[in-house]
Every structure is written in C-alpha cells, then in structure tokens.
Design a protein around this ligand. Sequence first.
Ligand code: Q46
Ligand code: ZN
Length: 328
Amino acid sequence: MKCRKCGGAAVINMRQHKLALCAEDYLAWLPEQVQRSIEKYEMFSPADKVLVAVSGGKDSLGLWDILARLGYQADGLYIGLGIHGGFGYSDQSRALSQAFAGARGLKLHIVEVEAAYGATIPELAVISNRGHGRPCSVCGLNKRYIMNRVAHDGGYTALVTGHNLDDEVAVLMQNTLNWAGGYLARQAPVLAATRPGLARKAKPLCRIYEREMAAYAIVRGIDYIYDECPHAVGSTTLYYKELLNQLEEKRPGAKLQFYLSFLQAKEAGLFSAAASEPDLHACQRCGQPTTAPGECSFCRLWDKVRAVKGLPTRLPASMLQPHVETEP
Ligand code: Q46
Ligand code: ZN
C-alpha cells in the first residue's frame, strides 16, 4: 500500500478516512487532526497553561507528545493508584510516564494516593465497601478530585485527558442504550469551568481512533504500557468497545459518524431538556466544589477509611492537599 501524499510505503491504512500514509506523513497528519479538534471545540489556546493527565498508556503519552509538538505549554500529572496486582500496573505506568517526561525535559507532577492520603485504591475500595469488588468507582472519584486539585493549585486553566474516539463512543453507546439524558447532555469534547478557579476540561483526542493513537505511539517510538489496568478486564466499557469494533469492521467510519451525529444532535438541542447545571458549592472541609451538602464525598470517603486504618481522621487542611512531586 502506498502513502496517498508522497507515494512512499504506507505504515497505516485508515479505511474510515480512505487514507493510507507513510510514517513521516502520518506523524504530521495526526497532530493536525488534534489541532483541528482543539480549535473547533475551543478547548484551549497557546496562552493556556495545560495539565495533561497521564497514565503511561499510548493515548495520554501520545497526546502529551502531540501537544508539546504543537507548541502548547503542557505539563503532566501522574496519579499513582497503588495497583500492584498481576504485572505491577502502577509501577510500570509510573516508570514509563517518568521516562517519557525525563527524555523530553517535560514537567511531570506525581501524586501517590497512598503516600498522600493513607491507602491504595484497591485497599480503599475494600475498606469503604464501594464498587462491589471493582475499585473503579472510588478510583474515578479520587482521580477527578486530584486532577481538579492539582490543576487548581498549580494555576492550570485547562485539564486534558487522553480519552479517544473509542472511549467516547463506548460511553455514548452505554448512555444511549439507557437513554441517560443527563449523561448525554453532559458528554462533550470540552466542559467549561463551572466555578471560578476551576479548570476547563477537554478531550483533544475525541475524534481520534484508538488504533490511530497506537500507530502514532509506535511510529513515534513512544514506550508505553500495553496492558490495561487489571481492573478494566470484564468491564462494560470493554464489552461495548468490542461490539463497536464489529460494527466498524463492517462499516468503516461508523464510530466516528455515531459520535459526530451525536454532537450535531446535541448542538441542535436534542438533549437540552435533560441538561441541568449541577448545584455546586465549596466542601466545608477542603474547599473543592461538590454537589453533596456539607463535606464532599472525597473527604467523607477518606474519613471513613482512615478511621478503619487507625489514622487520624480530622486532617489539618494542609494535609488535604496531595503531596506533589515535580520533575524535572
Ligand atoms: S478506573 Fe478502574 Fe481505570 Fe481505576 S481501577 Fe483501573 S480500570 S485505572 S480507567
Ligand atoms: Zn472535601
């Protein structure tokens, strides 16, 4: 197969775009696509201070690489979840994130949940008895909290994650099958800051296929963690991804069309009746925005877990800030 731009040997054939490209043209094409999404959805500008949440995977490291190449001021944030089962997921993902940042002279903030708050994520899930054996709900709560907190404390104006098209479409399918109007109304490439001092959230890879990110990482020589978090195995999201891959196999471009049509329908007001601004106020303890009355669910969760572990629960306010290690 030949590259459509230069006629050289193609390294990737994207049936969804009817486009085959060689390594050099692919490495130029993908950042252009990301830049188009950043502009189209008004995610951020070169004046913004951007914080990229990195997990050591192809999407987040690939995104960080692309943002740096595009000239954005982008620092990274790695959150150590303490997931040591199987192949040592957390250790590997941290090492790869650090190696990536170190080799490029990029600034990486590191927050280890256990060191900062007193327990690993799997331990937290067991003690708090949340998630029915799967730590994903407490994991998500902690990641969102820490990302917001580090973005806020570090003066970042945009918080970006490596969610790709496959991630977005799997969530979209799940929400559509449940006709979850509120979730559909909130699913978007960019979410405005709902309070002053809160960072805007953006997903610059929302139109990029997972396969395109894997190809980018390989062609660009980015060393990333191949395996998913062991707790992702058997998740509903993975199940929907498999279904959608079958659909894409028969109808190249189906995932992208599903997502773009959804965004158009949303723009036309299809979900506006379900849209509601959450009623946010500052947590009485840590000051982070919360919908819960009084203290936020993060503070309440850690109170409970620290009590079980025999650690002091009434933390002084300063300890509620994660210990952030910064490199380089
Ligand atoms: S939520 Fe669940 Fe992920 Fe946390 S415990 Fe692993 S699979 S990392 S995106
Ligand atoms: Zn709080």
